[in-house]
Design a protein around this ligand. Sequence first.
Ligand SMILES: [Zn+2]
Length: 62
Amino acid sequence: MFTFQPNCYAKVITVDGQKKIVIYSRRDINVNEEITYDYKFPIEDEKIPCLCGASTCRGTLN
Ligand SMILES: [Zn+2]
């Protein structure tokens, strides 16, 4: 059974009134290791397009 275990997590912060997505690492990440993170954001009212191009990508960040 495949379990998605992202090595990063995303968080939305507000800087000067603008929402920013910041990615935090959960652990040490090797060089060339793919950055993955759970697409759980505290805001769901607007879709943020994802441009990562991964085949498993659902196209938005939230
Ligand atoms: Zn993506």
